[in-house]
Each structure stands twice: as C-alpha cells, then as structure tokens.
Design a protein around this ligand. Sequence first.
Ligand code: PEP
Ligand code: MN
Length: 351
Amino acid sequence: MIIPKKDKLTAEQLDEIKKITAEYGVEIQEIIGTHRSLYAMKGDERHEILVNRIEGLPYIDRVDSMLTPYKLMDRRSDLAHHQVLLHQKALGVEPVVIAGQCTIDPKRPDLFAQTAQAVLDAGADSLRGGVWKPRTSPYSYQGDNKAFQILIDAGQKTGLPLCTEVMDEYHVDMALEADVDCLQIGTRNALNYTLLKKIGDKIAGKNTKVLLKRSRHMGPIDEFILAGEYLAAAGNPNVILCPRGTLPAVDGYRNYPDESIVPLLKERTWAPIIVDPSHSVGKAVYVPQAALAAIAYGADGVIVESHIDPKQGIGDDPKQAIKPDVLKKLIADIKELFYLKNKYTGYITEA
Ligand code: PEP
Ligand code: MN
C-alpha cells in the first residue's frame, strides 16, 4: 500500500508510480478514503528495489507492506482512519439502526409506505426493503422490479437513506442509478467472489456503502474479512460487515446466533459492524434481546426487520418482523447500551 504525503496523488505522480510498478508486474488501485486516498499495489509488492524506488519519490510518505491476508481491512492498515458515514452518523461513534421490511409486497405499496414512516418515527437511520429475494425454494416469491419503485418512493418521502439486497449486476445498476445508499450482499452471495469483484468495480470511487452479510456457511473469521477485502480492493472502502447467524442452527432459533464474534472482528479489522439479529434468531419475540446482545458485544449498529403489520407481510415478515412500537423502544435502549458498553471495549473510536 502506497501512502502519499498529501491527501491525494496528482495524475502525473500516479502515472510516474504506475510506470515503475509496471516493471514489476504490479498494478495500482486507488482507494478513496474520507481524509485521503491510498494506493494499493496488486501483485507481488515485496520487491525491495520496487519499494525503495517508490519510497524515494518526494511526494510519498511510505510504502506499507504489511504481511496480513487483508491489507486494506486490517486494523493496522492506514485505511483504519477511514470513517464510514450512514446518514451523517459516523459508524463506531454513534449507534445506527437500519430497519424496515424483509420484503416489499409489490401489491401493497401502502404497507411499505406506512412501515417507512413508522421506521422514521421510531428513530431509525436507514430504511431497509427487500426488492429481489434470494429464496431457498424456487417456488417461493422471488421479488419483483415493481417493488423497487415502491422502495425509491418511500426513500424520497421519508428522506431516509435506503438499503436493499442486490444479487446480480442488473440489480446493482438499478440501485446505483436510483442512488440507493447501501447495497446488501446476502448470506448466500457472501462468498461469490465473481459478484463481489463486479460490485466492487461498479461502486469504486462512489460514496455507496456495502453491507456484507456473513455467509451462513462461513468458516474462519478471516474468510469473512477477506470477502470484504474484495470490495475494498476494488476501490471503495465503505464496507460494513454483518454477522447474521450461521448453520447449523441452535434448536429453536433460525440460525446459530454469532454476534459474539464482534470483539474478534474488531481486533482484526477497522470495518464497522452492523449485526442482523432478525435472521439470526428468526422470530420476532427473540429479536430485541439478540439486538441488545449484539450492541453489548460491541457492534456499531443493527439491521432489524420491522413491519407496520407483520401478519400482512410476505417473506420473513410475518414471523421475524418486529412492530414499530417495539422498534422505538429498542432504539432507545440501543442508544443507552451503546455508550454503557464503551466502558469495556477498547476498540470503539473516541467521539
Ligand atoms: C434479508 O435480509 O432479508 C436476507 C435474505 O438476508 P440473509 O442474506 O442474511 O439471509
Ligand atoms: Mn429477511
């Protein structure tokens, strides 16, 4: 990783560097952060002479050649200064809550409009709404482009930034064109490296955020962080990691709740962490406690399924969505607990 002295290299400086690295078969990828740009070296960047030649340039601060599997996502990376913002809130400094329906029913735009308003009134920072749904059975409802317009309308009406799952390039293009703030990559696609690379390329240099769910078959913690590295390495550091439960499930829950990995993630990566308790436990009645547990473990926020009237919902909403009055109480408690738990966690950014 090349760290410039100023906040950004000029085009001429970048050209000069690219000429040098090309001699060693190394490509340069610009990563635009909040305060400054960094330049990742793609290829074998350990040639001593290569490093010396770049460090010798007057406008370069240093070349950071950390021996870590995730050069950008590592806590010790210079990118750790990067601040991911959600609706003007700095993740890690203030708690954030993304809430809304699992699935937008294209036949009931009225319900989503009401959910969106209720989520805003409850104090959420971002509105979730599933348009395209990854379903275990091909016979289940798969999503509908009509739901996309319903999502966009609700975003405009409430002023809330939007979060929705994308599963292919077509979805990504639609979402980016409509200025969706946060793209969700679901548990099934979390290890789809081709898709991660494609999404990474499409959002490079943009302010778009990506909420990367943990695969329900995810192995070691590093595998999760490395999936995030795919996105950051393409040029956008706004990667948020989202534990959402893994398989096999605890008998009675939908998955094996995995909010307890938050301290382990925080030790290794600077990436903000937003836990999804809804898919983890899979039943509305267990969600508030699971959400608070996530915050107690040090999560920077939660994404929660909420519906104005869950029994009229589709997808996961009838069983998982909490009602807006519960969401409101939960948000108040999350705020209190977030600051309380800072007493015990060493990795929370100082406000
Ligand atoms: C969802 O958020 O509705 C969803 C399908 O999530 P996951 O990918 O975690 O199952
Ligand atoms: Mn869902």
